[in-house]
Design a protein around this ligand. Structure first.
Ligand SMILES: Nc1ncnc2c1ncn2[C@@H]1O[C@H](COP(=O)(O)OP(=O)(O)OP(=O)(O)O)[C@@H](O)[C@H]1O
Ligand SMILES: [Mg+2]
Length: 373
């Protein structure tokens, strides 16, 4: 059996215990702060929230509600998701839950199906299509839940920046009123750095300006990650070899697990893992994703491809030097427009004044295709 998980968030059994961030998150929530949890892509935000809710939160005193906004495309989607996730998080038994929900919420009808594991999955039909009215109903219900259970409510909005894609309704402006007023609810908002921070929480004119304390999830420290991985590979990987993977992936948790998944499948189960094994897995990974990456590249204009190359060649800094522009045969204006496009479309991101390609595996692939020809 392969013990490496990389395709979605990881559960407790597959989670390297990152106590620093868990404790920091706990401290903020205990102090009733809202938290803005940000990191580069695939560093483990979702896994951290799930672990936090599972292991750190006392369920006798709190109700935790996890809301994944990844697929939200409209305000109504957002509200339906809120109702459903609230329903699945309430501390009522299967027999009474639908009756309780009918009493608590007035603008929605709930139905429920039982899943194989005995838990209920809810569906909702709305009795209004006015988002403001529905959100008011949601918060009125949350208040009643708080009053009747005497529990604090913690809501995690994962991938919260997605609500900015909903153009015809300003969800953040509406939420602001409730976030300010309802002291019995704490929030954890997650996202990648530039979108979430710059667009939503750090600009003075934005509704949620200063509404949450920032917490950065950094790469899992190498020593800790090494112990976790080596244990799973039954002592077959040396620290130096792991360091080689860690450096290639720049500590991206998902890619490290993906590497190790393939290493674990590939190599002889008794032999030590070598650099050669890792290079082979790397090549295999890049080849297996090649068609997908080609599709991304083919959607870009010539100038945008050059901009990707510029980010890689200059390691993300001083993109516009005369030397760079000359080497790439591009004008400053054209490079600037292309960089803006890549940034707005999340193909590249920026941290500490340094650009980087958001998807680390795509970057490794681009390095081969665009730079090492
Ligand atoms: N604490 C951890 N220990 C070990 N592996 C981890 C840990 N956190 C994350 N991972 C690895 O990273 C993968 C992605 O994790 P997760 O989905 O939580 O990241 P994310 O930051 O939420 O991603 P995204 O930026 O897409 O929202 C997991 O499937 C797992 O392989
Ligand atoms: Mg996530």
């Amino acid at each position: 059996m392969n013990h490496f998980i990389y395709e979605s968030f990881c559960d407790s059994d597959n989670f390297t215990h990152i106590s620093e961030e868990l404790n920091a998150l706990n401290k903020l929530i205990v102090n009733k702060s809202n938290v803005l949890l940000y990191s580069k892509r695939k560093f483990g935000k979702t896994s951290l929230i799930k672990e936090f809710f599972d292991k750190k939160i006392n369920k006798d005193e709190n109700i935790t509600i996890y809301i994944d906004l990844f697929n939200i495309v409209s305000a109504i989607d957002f509200i339906k998701m809120l109702y459903k996730q609230i329903a699945s998080s309430l501390p009522y038994d299967n027999k009474s839950i639908l009756r309780e929900l009918r009493i608590i919420f007035t603008k929605v009808n709930f139905t429920a199906n039982m899943k194989d594991d005995g838990s209920l999955e809810f569906d909702v039909s709305l009795l209004s299509y006015n988002p403001k009215e529905l959100i008011m109903d949601v918060y009125k219900g949350l208040k009643e839940i708080h009053t009747s259970t005497n529990k604090q409510i913690i809501i995690a909005f994962d991938d919260f920046w997605q609500i900015k894609l909903i153009k015809n309704f300003k969800i953040d402006a509406i939420l602001k009123e409730y976030i300010q007023d309802e002291q019995h609810i704490n929030y954890i908002f997650t996202g990648t750095k530039h979108r979430l921070l710059i667009d939503m929480f750090s600009k003075r004119k934005m509704p949620l300006f200063n509404m949450a304390e920032q917490l950065e999830l950094k790469a899992i420290p190498i020593e800790q990650f090494y112990q976790f991985i080596d244990h799973r590979l039954q002592g077959r990987i040396s620290y130096d070899i792991f360091q080689y993977i860690y450096n290639i992936t720049e500590g991206e948790a998902k890619l490290i697990q993906e590497f190790c998944y393939h290493l674990s499948n590939k190599s002889n189960k008794t032999e030590k893992i070598t650099i050669n094994d890792i290079d082979e897995v790397c090549l295999f990974l890049l080849n297996s994703k090649s068609e997908y990456f080609k599709m991304i590249l083919n959607r870009l204009t010539f100038a945008q491809k050059i901009a990707l190359k510029a980010v890689i060649m200059s390691e993300g800094i001083d993109l516009y030097t005369k030397n760079n522009l000359f080497k790439l045969q591009v004008t400053k204006a054209s490079l600037n427009t292309a960089i803006k496009y890549l940034y707005l479309n999340e193909l590249i991101d920026k941290q500490d004044n340094k650009y980087y390609i958001s998807n680390k595996c795509f970057e490794l692939w681009c390095r081969r295709i665009l730079v090492c020809k």
